[in-house]
Design a protein around this ligand. Structure first.
Ligand SMILES: NC(=O)c1ccc[n+]([C@@H]2O[C@H](COP(=O)([O-])OP(=O)(O)OC[C@H]3O[C@@H](n4cnc5c(N)ncnc54)[C@H](OP(=O)(O)O)[C@@H]3O)[C@@H](O)[C@H]2O)c1
Length: 258
């Protein structure tokens, strides 16, 4: 990704943005874009080395970032994350709930533990994070929460029962929370990506047959570029997007238009 790709006209100077799952993939891309727009970035994930490499990348481009090792499914870890970031960077005004996972197999083959891991990571974590960070957004007149939903919030495929359930429910959470905080100037929206070539999709991309099937299903005929998610996130965090709440934006190359 070159530095031009992260440039944006959105000005987020002075805002503190927490991006869960900021250590790679779409989270890293949003971190670079929001940093280019002036935000101070708090990155959270479990792998310290990967977090520090994104932090270094942001700093090398002249931005400000801090890395926090945290497990978003763990209540105590999320509470500690809130205390640590607030003490070091100040109140979080932008919360991007991006950490997520997928297990692809048919419903009858899921163990309960696998099912719970997907639901906990993609849905319950967002409850924990919003509960921890929304109170400090209140009374300030501005707050932005972005939840990484998915085309699988809207449509599905075989082998996606847990993932689709978690992402459809996350859209429900997005709508309900948007209504709860609307009078505070806090907006809550989903970003529903179609296929983007991140680590999560490596198993698909490395299988020539599955890869061809996927690309054939995308009207624009290509995988998404991670910078495109970064640009959308910046816009949704901007003052210009202040009238958008309780919805989600599909960024899927036309996948769901069919
Ligand atoms: N890529 C796509 O095509 C696509 C499409 C639709 C929706 N999405 C959604 O977009 C989000 C990002 O996707 P991606 O493709 O960038 O995924 P990815 O490359 O697999 O990255 C996932 C990120 O989440 C973090 N994470 C996972 N479990 C965590 C936990 N328990 N605690 C803290 N951090 C955790 C990972 O870091 P650690 O493992 O180090 O913790 C990593 O930084 C996900 O919510 C995904 O469902 C992606």
């Amino acid at each position: 990704m070159d530095s031009m790709a992260n440039q944006t006209s959105t000005n987020l100077t002075g805002k503190v943005a927490l991006i869960t799952g900021g250590s790679r993939g779409l989270g890293r891309a949003m971190a670079l874009s929001l940093s280019a727009a002036g935000a101070t970035i708090a990155l959270a994930a479990r792998d310290a080395e990967k977090l520090n490499s994104v932090k270094a990348e942001i700093e090398a481009a002249g931005g400000k970032a801090a890395a926090y090792v945290a497990d978003v499914v763990d209540e105590a870890s999320v509470e500690k994350l809130q205390k640590d970031i607030t003490a070091e960077l100040g109140a979080v005004q932008i919360l991007i709930n991006n950490a997520g996972m997928n297990i692809r197999k048919n419903l009858t083959e899921f163990t309960l533990d696998e099912w719970n891991r997907v639901l906990d990571t993609n849905l319950t974590s967002v409850f924990l994070l919003c509960r921890a960070f929304v109170p400090a957004m209140k009374g300030t007149g501005y707050g932005r929460i972005l939840n990484m939903t998915s085309i699988m919030s809207h449509v599905s495929l075989p082998g996606r029962a847990a993932y689709s359930s978690s992402k459809a429910a996350l859209l429900g959470l997005t709508r309900a929370l948007a209504l709860e905080v609307a009078d505070q100037g806090i907006t809550v929206n989903g970003i529903s990506p179609g296929p983007f070539g991140t680590e999560m999709n490596t198993p698909l991309m490395q299988n020539p047959e599955l890869n061809a099937q996927f690309v054939a299903n995308i009207p624009l005929g290509r995988w998404g570029k991670v910078e495109e998610i970064g640009a959308l996130a910046c816009y949704l965090c901007s003052e210009d997007a202040g009238f958008i709440t309780g919805t989600d934006i599909l960024i899927d190359g036309g996948w769901t238009a069919k």
